[in-house]
Design a protein around this ligand. Sequence first.
Ligand code: SF4
Length: 358
Amino acid sequence: MIRRRQTRQIRIGDVSIGGSAPISVQSMTNTDTRDAGRTIAQIGELAAAGCEIVRVAVPDPQAAAAVRQIREHISIPLIADIHFDWRLAVAAMENGAQGIRVNPGNLGGREKLARVVDAARMNGVPIRVGVNSGSIEKDLLARYGYPTPADPSALIESALRNVRLIEELGYTEMKISIKSSDVLTTIAGYRRLAEVTDYPLHIGVTEAGGLIPGTVKSSVALGILLFEGIGDTFRISLTRDPVEEVRVAYELLRALRIRERGPELISCPTCGRTRIDLFPLAEAVERHLQTMRTSLKVAVMGCVVNGPGEAREADIGIAGGHGVGIIFKKGEIIKKVKEDELLSVFLEELRKMEEENG
Ligand code: SF4
């Protein structure tokens, strides 16, 4: 069993992070934040996929102004991502951002940071202190060298230095992230950070890549950390539609038996026994499952001989034969259907099951 590291708890809007709160799933929009309509639409898609907190880039005053309109039309808390300009952080909070992500070290000095912290305090907004390998202060790089798996000290020290700056201003509503694009540095860094602080941690691998490499890198790094109880909220970062990030995030949580959302798909890789065009069938079923909330195990198997047995643990499944297919529940065949009707009959059965399970 996974034992979570004990952390303080903060709240971003109505989502608690840290302490005994569930590990929350985040993503980030890739629309132009100034285009409030498109950003709202994408946040709607993310929320429907299960995203619990969304981050938007705020690179200029128009984007900071758009936060107000966006907030009015979305159902999940919004974090404004700010670099360099403290005024954007203040404006985003005044416009309703429920969290901000900054690297305090690049806001231009203590006085400017103090303005940001004052606004955070006034608006009840937690700050994510986000440092990454590319933005470490020169003196720390000179002292510790570029962060590596053997020595991630520069990342840790940079994060702690920035946390202390905010603590000195009397504010402790924070979470921390230390991002690297290297899997082993990410693991080593967060392990060390978890030993020296009890602030909640936002974990992730930055610039992880496209769907396959990004999923593998994120799953290895975050899978190991989450298994060790480290991480209170996370983002899978992919060069893709961010909705995919959310799907991968839930698959990761499911694989670790931390959280479940919606049905689980079991599907066979096909082999020489397959007599049906299984891939489009599996994709169509997968698309339908993405619209479901019930936690069912659903199987899509390539042959009637081995399929139902191999997927015995499935609540319901489909197996393709030669010109026909079968539908089974818990390994028992309940229906035999012509191949061209297989998908529609199966989806009907799924809908019925969803209604029964309420
Ligand atoms: S279920 Fe049938 S088709 Fe699929 S891998 Fe197993 S034996 Fe092959």
